[in-house]
Design a protein around this ligand. Structure first.
Ligand code: N01
Length: 532
């Protein structure tokens, strides 16, 4: 079969792939975007589980690159639903005429760098092939579903689903006995909604989690007008922030105030709701004693909300400090355990042993179910990349290069893989930030780099091993300066996937510091990269 020749192949048509295509076109390059799904949207195409919505607020979980776009689009709620974000991304695809360069239903299985031609040979499951000078992965950090290998699942007589592969037509849960496995951000969003639909809901919780009320509500006209008038400032604050959100972290230590003052700050943050809770004090992620004050505050809230003391104690997280795992936000999550049709099974204490024909059997007995929902997360960050057989110079496989954990320079390139750019790759702030903000920064940086190569008549850009080693050491130091590695079961560490190397994957030095590092590299003519 012949190969389609383009300047750039982009893998994925979510937030990252769409904007990458738009920028490449603007730079006068030809591009093919290859997308496994039958539509745009990435995360928001696949994650259609009940209650799916974004934990970032709508007005800033959005593109900033087009003033017209951000002025014309109307968000309806403080936190956008999956359906609304998908409509937004479909609108973006149409408004910027992107679809004509996107191949849907096209799953990339292999990409190999040809040492002779200096081009990437990209193959899809269908056998189709593309040849490109540059390969850009826009595959997302949380797109490879982690489905636990529980004995007996194949023989289950009911239906089972992973939240990240939810059927487009929906699932009718009315009158059914439903089990949800997992209490991460996804489970915590889905559980209250499923509890309202199902006859009975059994939650299988392995590790208790913190959660802050979202306090969702309609987007008022006044607030929308205020946001639209203030976008320049909002976007500047996002870029200057630690996490890509337009709020600042308090400069005050949690230990520098009286108990009463601290409580008042936490109460106000709890009432305001949302991810901003963790910005209440300067040192919540840096100092254990400071963090304890927040963790204890939330534990008390859980005990106050959940009526049954034994259930409340099971729901109180004790194994990790607050926000060392990605903190969920919720709408009536803890309240849901007061419903008569909801029960909680602590599978940390009584592990799941098998799925039977009629339900889930833990070491404590069987729970009969019609439907099992796996809200068990993803093989994060590396999973989507290693799901493709990527081979760099000399035929070296990325799977081998990353056998002991991912390494990269700036999270953008891997030594030995010339002209391959990874949007929000491991070693970049990505999942520790508001994703569209990180995505735009990466896409802009990659576009500038490619334009630079063209201007200079350079064909090939490759991170040096020395620069990569130094960056990996810096990523490790940045994590070690925080409490983040203390969450021993976190997907940031790869600990949720059996056999995965335990390496803290995202860059925890803060978004603004990371942007400075990237900008300096570009301004200085790309030190740490070999341009040949
Ligand atoms: O996945 P998770 P998620 N038996 O890995 C449990 C983003 N997100 O889909 O903690 C029993 O966090 C596991 O238990 P444990 C966000 O970044 C964003 O919820 O490993 N249980 C845990 O409770 C988030 O962090 C939005 O002990 C098992 C749960 O399953 C990321 O996606 C919305 C198990 C998995 O939690 C992932 O969240 C939703 C097993 N074998 C999600 N295996 C936005 O707002 C796993 N678990 C944008």
């Amino acid at each position: 079969m012949g190969r389609t020749e383009v300047d750039v192949v982009v893998v994925g048509a979510g937030f990252a792939g769409l904007y990458m295509l738009h920028r490449l076109r603007g730079a006068g390059l030809s591009a093919a975007v290859l997308e496994a799904g039958d539509g745009v949207g990435g995360t928001w195409y696949w994650n259609r589980y009940p209650g799916a919505r974004c934990d970032s607020e709508s007005y800033y979980y959005s593109y900033s690159f087009s003033e017209e776009l951000q002025q014309e689009w109307e968000w309806t709620e403080r936190y956008p639903t999956q359906a609304e974000i998908l409509r937004y991304l479909e609108h973006v695809a149409d408004r910027f005429d992107l679809r004509r360069d996107i191949r849907f239903g096209t799953r990339v299985t292999q990409a190999a760098f040809d040492d002779d031609t200096g081009r990437w040979d990209v193959r899809a499951e269908s056998g189709e092939r593309w040849s490109a000078q540059f390969l850009v992965t826009a595959v997302g950090c949380l797109s490879a579903a982690n489905i636990p290998r529980i004995p007996g699942l194949d023989g289950f007589g009911g239906e089972w689903f992973h939240t990240g592969r939810w059927p487009h037509e929906g699932v009718d849960l009315a009158g059914k006995r439903v089990g949800v496995v997992g209490t991460g951000s996804t489970g915590i969003q889905a559980i209250p909604v499923i509890a309202e639909q199902a006859a009975h809901l059994t939650v299988f919780q392995r590790t208790a989690n913190y959660s802050i009320p979202a306090r969702n509500g309609p987007m008022t006209r006044e607030f929308a007008a205020e946001v639209k008038a203030g976008y320049a400032d909002i976007r500047a604050r996002q870029r200057a922030s630690t996490n890509g959100h337009p709020f600042t972290i308090s400069p005050t230590s949690a230990l520098a105030v009286t108990d009463e003052e601290r409580r008042a700050v936490y109460e106000a943050a709890w009432e305001r709701g949302g991810l901003r809770f963790r910005a209440s004090f300067a040192d919540l992620l840096a100092d254990r004693a400071a963090n304890d004050t927040a963790s204890d505050f939330i534990r008390d809230k859980i005990r106050g909300i959940v009526h049954d003391p034994a259930t409340a104690e099971k729901l109180v997280p004790l194994d990790h400090p607050f926000a060392t795992k990605r903190p969920p936000i919720d709408t009536h999550y803890f309240e849901t355990y007061n419903r008569p049709n909801v029960s909680l099974v602590d599978v940390g204490a009584t592990p799941i042993e098998e799925v039977t024909a009629t339900g889930v059997r833990t070491s404590d007995g069987e729970h009969e179910l019609d439907v099992i929902v796996f809200a068990t997360g993803f093989d994060a960050m590396t999973g989507p990349l290693l799901g493709i057989d990527i081979r760099g110079a000399g035929g070296v496989a990325l799977r081998d290069r990353w056998a002991a954990g991912p390494v990269s320079y700036l999270g953008l390139q891997v030594a030995g893989f010339p002209n391959l750019f990874t949007i929000t790759g491991p070693g970049s702030p990505s999942v520790l930030t508001n994703m569209p903000t990180s995505i735009e920064q990466h896409v802009d940086w990659i576009t500038d780099a490619v334009e630079h190569l063209r201007e200079e008549g350079v064909d090939r850009m490759e991170a040096t091993t020395a620069a990569q080693d130094a960056w990996v050491a810096h990523v490790n130091e940045a994590a070690a300066r925080t409490l983040l590695p203390e969450a021993g079961t976190s997907w940031y560490l790869g600990a949720n996937v059996p056999g995965k190397p335990r390496v803290f994957m995202p860059y925890a030095g803060g978004f603004a510091a990371y942007v400075r590092a990237c900008d300096e590299v570009a301004a200085d003519g790309y030190p740490g990269f070999e341009l040949t």
